[in-house]
Design a protein around this ligand. Structure first.
Ligand code: G6Q
Length: 537
């Protein structure tokens, strides 16, 4: 297999350097350098990014930065931010960064400055959000809205759910928020349980307005509403759409005046700062929402301008490449020590795995090296009582991202001390472990010594911030967005398409009538035929 990275001088040097580093322990790296904790630390944008507990030396970082330079990261970043059509398989610009650009900026796509349009939509969203929050917007029978149900899937769901959960502390508790994504009817049935149609607003979030799951759920929602309100005019008071497809929105029966638009250069998984964020804005209010956008923008600017060796997303990305392509790591754990971030790992799964799960380069060549890792995680400390065993003593190398906040949002200081002590302790335990001598020193019986040894040398990053705020959430999301972009540039893959989700959808459309028409001849493989047969009964 050809490997497009083999001719890269930095890649070759990294291969040689890896031979020196692979057996180097974090214990020795720390004992050789008293300043290591400061050397591999960046404090910027209100984030303390500690990457000293990684199996790197100054030379590793230099070579990784050289790799990013050789792969044209600076030029590719400029191209993305300036609206060039870098999503070449779909011939689209990639401009989620424009969604959080301040008003005065000029960003041209096909000869049009897109920034004024973006702010126009944001202002309409703010007007609408305020009218829902204040009760000024009335349902068809004159009652204010008390429940908001976002119907969307993938990029039109994961960002809104994650942001709602993450920023719940800041949300309006007089309004109930629910999210429906799955085609599984249980999802819809539970989402509307105990809701009153007269006080419910449905947000149909779909870039294309063609997605099977979303359109099926939206039609079911329309029926649920009409079953009680029995008048088509009620739709205008209880449905809004977030979409790029005005024609299909109006055909569904939603007035164009109740549609908040966005553009083809916003990818689904990069869309939480587009109109797709309407539920977030209703929950936390336009001012908090602006703070969140400002946080995103701050990280965008950091990524765009900071030198690579002081650039948080670039370093994160390069560390990922170091582990995936040299150490053979296959997964990356994301472990927020903040319960409100419970959906953050799930959100990152789509962001990172749909973006970097590619086996061919932009030229259509097989990469020949590994690309995207499996992202996973749960909030600490829950994970500690479940899967951390494998991270500490299993046979796989699993780099971890710890995310924590100095100040809690609750008034329970003891809890916060215990929480953060655990986060710090986990990084320490993973890095330094416990040797057989240390175990023996504790008087452990010889037959148990091996079981109680922690090899250590397991890498982690710690992202420490002051407090979970809308702005800090924006910084965190943008940080991962740019890290995955950086990886895609180094790997030479397209981070902005997702062709791998198509095949299953097409096959499902063929199977639907086969489930419904029992006599239909089945011409699949014997396994698939059996499964269809079992369902038919
Ligand atoms: C994300 C993907 C995908 C998309 C959903 C929903 O990058 O494109 O997850 O967001 O398939 O699509 P619609 O918003 O068009 O319904």
């Amino acid at each position: 297999m050809t490997n497009p990275l083999t001719p890269s001088p930095a890649w070759k040097l990294l291969e040689e350097h890896f031979r020196e580093m692979k057996n180097t322990s974090l214990r020795s790296l720390f004992s050789e350098d008293n300043n290591r904790g400061e050397r591999f630390l960046i404090e910027n944008l209100g984030i303390l990014f500690d990457f000293s507990k990684h199996r790197i030396s100054t030379k590793t970082l230099e070579l990784l930065v050289q790799l990013a330079e050789e792969r044209g990261l600076a030029e590719k970043t400029r191209a993305m931010f300036s609206g060039e059509k870098i999503n070449i398989t779909e011939n689209r610009a990639v401009l989620h960064t424009a969604l959080r650009a301040p008003k005065g900026l000029v960003i041209m796509v096909d000869g049009i400055n897109v920034v004024p349009e973006i702010h126009e939509v944001l202002e309409r969203m703010a007007g609408f959000a305020n009218s829902i929050r204040s009760g000024a917007w009335k349902g068809f029978t004159g009652k204010p809205i008390r429940s908001v149900v976002n119907i969307g899937i993938g990029g039109s769901d994961l960002g809104p759910v994650m942001a709602y959960e993450a920023l719940k502390f800041y949300s309006d508790r007089n309004i109930t928020f629910r999210f429906v994504s799955n085609i599984d009817g249980n999802d819809f049935a539970e989402a509307v349980k105990n809701l009153d149609p007269e006080e419910t607003l449905f947000i149909v979030a779909s870039k294309t307005f063609t997605t099977l799951e979303t359109m099926t759920n939206a039609r079911t929602a329309r029926q649920w509403l009409l079953d009680k309100l029995a008048d088509d005019r009620a739709i205008a008071r209880h449905f809004v759409a977030l979409s790029t497809n005005e024609e299909l929105v109006t055909r569904f029966g939603i007035d164009a005046g109740n549609m908040f638009g966005f553009w083809d250069w916003v990818g689904g998984r990069y869309s939480m700062t587009s109109a797709i964020g309407l539920s977030t804005m209703i929950a936390i209010g336009p001012d908090n929402y602006s703070d969140m956008l400002a946080g995103f923008h701050e990280m965008d600017e950091h990524f765009r301008t900071a030198p690579f060796d002081r650039n948080i997303p670039v370093i994160m990305a390069l560390l990922g490449i170091w582990y995936i392509d040299f150490f053979g790591a296959q997964t990356q754990a994301v472990l927020p020590y903040e319960n409100y971030l419970k959906r953050f790992p799930a959100y990152l799964q789509q962001l990172t795995m749909e973006s970097a799960g590619k086996h061919v380069t932009l030229d259509g060549e097989n990469t020949g090296y590994d690309t995207g890792a499996v992202y996973w995680g749960e909030p600490g400390t829950n994970g500690q009582h479940s899967f951390y065993q494998l991270i500490h003593q299993g046979t796989m190398l699993i780099p971890c991202d710890f995310i924590g906040f100095r100040r809690a949002l609750h008034p329970l200081p003891l809890h916060q001390d215990y929480l953060i002590a655990n986060m710090i302790a986990q990084g320490e335990a993973l890095a330094f472990g416990k040797t057989a001598e240390e175990v023996r020193g504790e008087g452990v019986a010889e037959n148990l010594v091996a079981h109680k040894v922690f090899e250590g040398n397991r890498p982690s990053s710690t992202f420490f911030m002051e407090k979970l705020t809308p702005a800090n959430l924006g910084k965190l999301v943008a940080m991962y967005e740019h890290a995955v972009f950086t990886q895609s540039v180094v790997w030479g893959i397209n981070a902005f398409d997702q062709m791998g989700v198509e095949l299953g959808k097409v096959l499902a459309m063929k199977i639907i009538p086969e489930l419904q028409e029992k006599g239909k001849l089945l011409e699949h493989d014997s396994s698939t035929n059996n499964l269809i047969g079992y369902y038919r009964g």
